[in-house]
Design a protein around this ligand. Structure first.
Ligand SMILES: [Zn+2]
Length: 327
């Protein structure tokens, strides 16, 4: 029997970064790290319909995907900065943030290698979906949705969601919709998708004035639809928007890329919403009921205590829908 969800496990790597900057430019402890991945995988594995697979995409495949997404000089800069940064002195490059956004994400020793492993994980997940899996979940870090063509931000260096889209295209799957449900607006994903006319994109997020990227945003293409909550939403209101977002892209799409962020849940150090982990079960059910196979990409979610519960709830929602839809 095909598993309802395949969790793709990232190869072990570095555990940077040590710090990041808050809105005022003050250094704060960075919350992204490999413990997140262990918690998320543990939560997914607790569900009996989940199988685990290795991130088995090759270096050539990764390089081809990266060069299709990111500017060559940006990739060269990242590789060099990641190699040369002193272990205790990450490099903050002011000219490598999105124009108009305060630089907040330093390049640490090993940042590029870790981000590349996240892309490898995502490419492997998308390939499994392109080859027939109903749902594959890239358990990856660092996140990617704030990384644009030539810029980084919000812990993100390389864009995993765009890598999933590119992988689908490489396997002949062209009608792909992208949904971003992280608490934060995926400014990098939006900028990259705007280069491809007609790719449907929906984002449900917190105010971009009071949260990263700390500025007003507007849809970058006619096929983009954004919904911002000015205040922390009630669960039912959030799920209504999630349902709208999924149904808005799923019709007519052969596959979905779902950027998921568990920073929507109460207690997140980078979020101020109060959703319960159980809300993710409804998200899984909504995605599964939409009928298109999905590559799920991990974005944010930094309250390590609740990540396993979020992941398990999502897997249960996917598996419930899968069971109902299976003949
Ligand atoms: Zn986020």
């Amino acid at each position: 029997m095909t598993s309802a969800l395949i969790a793709v496990r990232q190869r072990a790597g570095a555990d940077e970064p040590a710090w990041t900057l808050d809105r005022s430019g003050a250094r704060i402890e960075a919350r992204d790290g490999e413990r997140r991945l262990a918690a998320i995988e543990a939560g997914l594995r607790r569900h009996p319909d989940v199988d685990v697979a290795a991130a088995d995409a090759g270096d050539d495949e990764i390089d081809a995907v990266l060069s299709a997404i990111h500017d060559a000089d940006y990739l060269a800069f990242l590789a060099e900065a990641s190699r040369s940064a002193e272990a205790d002195a990450p490099l903050l490059a002011a000219d490598r943030a999105e124009p108009g956004v305060v630089p907040d994400t330093p390049v640490c020793r090993g940042s590029f290698e870790s981000a590349r492993e996240a892309v490898r994980t995502t490419v492997a997940a998308a390939r499994r979906v392109a080859q027939g899996a109903p749902c594959a979940y890239a358990v990856c870090r660092p996140p990617g949705h704030h990384a644009g063509p030539g810029w980084m931000g919000g812990y993100c260096y390389l864009n995993n969601a765009a890598a999933a889209l590119e992988t689908f295209r490489g396997h002949g799957v062209h009608r792909v919709g992208v949904i971003d449900l992280d608490l934060h607006y995926g400014n990098g994903t939006a900028a990259l998708l705007a280069r491809h006319a007609g790719v449907p994109f929906r984002s449900v997020h917190a105010s971009t004035i009071t949260h990263f990227p700390w500025r007003p945003v507007r849809p970058l293409a006619p096929s983009h639809g954004l919904h911002a909550f000015e205040r922390a939403p009630a669960e039912a209101a959030w799920l209504d928007r999630v349902r709208d977002a999924v149904s808005g892209v799923a019709a007519g799409c052969a596959a979905l890329v779902l950027s998921i962020g568990f920073d929507v849940v109460g207690g997140d150090p980078h979020g101020d919403w109060h959703l319960r982990p159980a809300a993710l079960r409804s998200v899984g059910a909504i995605v599964r009921a939409a009928g298109a196979p999905a590559c799920v990409v991990q974005e944010g979610g930094y309250a390590t205590r609740v990540l396993a519960r979020c992941a398990h709830a999502f897997a249960a929602g996917i598996a419930d829908g899968y069971g109902k839809g299976r003949r």
